[in-house]
Design a protein around this ligand. Structure first.
Ligand code: ADP
Length: 334
C-alpha cells in the first residue's frame, strides 16, 4: 500500500503584526491510498491549517509534506498546479457558483483544464449520476437543498478524476439525516472508485461512521492516531477520551467512593461480567451509566461504575476486570 501523504515533523507558525502563533507543532502522519482518514479536533485545534498544508494553500514553517513521495515545497508553480489538479476539496459552505447551473458547476474544473465541451458534458453527467442528481442538471444552486448542494460539490470534486478528496467540515452545516446520506455517498465513492478520502471534522460521530483511521489534533499537536475501532475502544490520550466519552455527569455518593470506567470490545460485550464479578468476588458495584455501540460491525461499550468505599474491595474489583481483559480507567471528576 503506498502513501498518498506523508507528513514529517510539520510546524506552522503564523506571523501577524509582529505576533506569532504556532498552529501546528511537530505533526507526523501518513495517509494510505484507498483509506478514509479522519482528522478530528476541537475548534481551533489546527485542523483547517493542517488541511491547507495538504494542497500547499499554506506553506509549512518546518518539516515536510510529501504527496506520493514528492515534497510539495519543492514543486515549481507548474508542477504544483498539476498536483493540485489531483487534489479535490469540498467545504462546509459548498462554494458553488450561484450564476451557473448544476451541470455548469460540475463542468467548471474541466473547463479550466481545457477539456472540449462535448467531453465535459459527458463527464459531468456521469458524475451527476454518481451523486444521484442527474435530474437536476439545469437547475441553479439556489433551488437545491443543502444536501443536494453538497452532492453537486462532490460531483464537481470528482469530475477532475482526483487522487484524493479533502472534506473540510463538509457535513457540519447539514442536519443528522442528510449528514448520514452524504457520508454514505462518500463511503460508496471510496469503495467503488478506490478514492482516498480525508475528512476533517469536529464530530466524533462522523469519524465513527465512515473513517478507517483517525488522527486526533489537540492544540496543534497530534494527540493520537490509529484505527478508529482501537481509538474508540481504548482512547489513550486525554484529547481522545474527551472526544470519545462525554463529560462525566456523576459524582461519587461518598467521599471515599471511586468511579471507574470500563471499556469492552465485541467479545466481552456478550459476557455477563458484572454478574461474574459478584459471583467470583462477592463484591458489588453500582452502575452509573452504560452504553454500547457498533463500530465497523464490532460491538463495543463502556460503563461507569461506582465502587464501594473500602479501598481493598476497590482493588479486588479493578483486578477482576483487568484479569478479564477489560480496560479500566479512573473517571476524572469535574
Ligand atoms: P480548526 O480548523 O481546528 O478550528 P484552525 O486551523 O482554523 O483550527 O486554527 C488553528 C489556530 O490557528 C487558531 O487558534 C487560529 O486562530 C489560528 N489561525 C488560523 N489561521 C490563522 C492566520 N491566518 N493567522 C493567524 N492565526 C491563525
Amino acid at each position: 500500500m503506498s502513501n498518498v501523504y506523508e507528513l514529517k515533523n510539520v510546524y506552522k507558525t503564523y506571523r501577524n503584526d509582529g505576533k506569532e502563533f504556532t498552529a501546528l507543532k511537530d505533526v507526523s502522519l501518513n495517509v494510505v491510498e484507498g483509506e478514509i482518514f479522519g482528522i478530528i479536533g476541537m475548534s481551533g485545534a489546527g485542523k483547517s491549517t493542517l488541511v491547507r498544508t495538504l494542497n500547499r494553500l499554506e506553506d509549512v514553517t518546518g518539516g515536510t509534506v510529501e504527496f506520493y513521495g514528492r515534497d510539495l515545497a519543492g514543486l515549481s508553480a507548474g508542477q504544483l498546479r498539476k498536483v493540485r489538479h489531483s487534489i479535490s476539496m469540498i467545504f462546509q459552505g459548498f462554494n458553488l457558483l450561484q450564476q451557473r447551473t448544476v451541470i455548469e458547476n460540475v463542468e467548471q474544473p474541466l473547463r479550466i483544464s481545457g477539456i472540449p465541451r462535448k467531453k465535459r458534458k459527458e463527464i459531468a453527467r456521469e458524475m451527476l449520476r454518481v451523486v444521484g442528481l442527474e435530474e437536476k442538471e439545469k437547475v441553479f444552486p439556489a433551488r437545491l437543498s443543502g444536501g443536494q448542494r453538497q452532492r453537486v460539490a462532490i460531483a464537481r470534486a470528482l469530475a477532475s478524476d482526483p487522487k484524493v478528496l479533502l472534506c473540510d467540515e463538509a457535513t457540519s452545516a447539514l442536519d443528522p439525516k442528510i449528514t448520514g446520506e452524504i457520508l454514505e455517498l462518500l463511503q460508496k465513492i471510496n469503495r467503488e472508485r478506490g478514492l482516498t478520502i480525508i475528512i476533517i471534522t469536529h464530530e466524533m460521530s462522523v469519524v465513527e461512521k465512515i473513517c478507517d483511521r483517525v488522527a486526533i489534533i489537540d492544540d496543534g499537536e497530534l494527540a493520537e492516531i490509529g484505527d478508529v475501532k482501537e481509538v474508540f475502544r481504548q482512547p489513550r490520550s486525554r484529547a481522545a477520551r474527551k472526544l470519545v466519552f462525554p463529560a462525566n455527569p456523576f459524582d461519587p455518593s461518598s467521599p471515599d467512593g471511586r468511579l471507574i470506567r470500563i471499556v469492552f470490545d465485541g467479545l466481552a460485550a456478550n459476557e455477563p461480567f458484572i454478574a461474574n464479578l459478584v459471583e467470583t468476588t462477592g463484591k458489588k458495584v453500582n452502575i452509573l451509566s452504560a452504553n454500547t455501540k457498533s463500530v465497523g460491525g464490532i460491538g463495543y461499550g463502556q460503563m461507569v461504575l461506582e465502587l464501594p468505599d473500602d479501598k481493598k474491595d476497590q482493588d479486588i474489583i479493578v483486578d477482576f476486570f483487568k484479569k478479564n481483559g477489560l480496560s479500566v480507567s479512573e473517571v476524572e471528576l469535574a
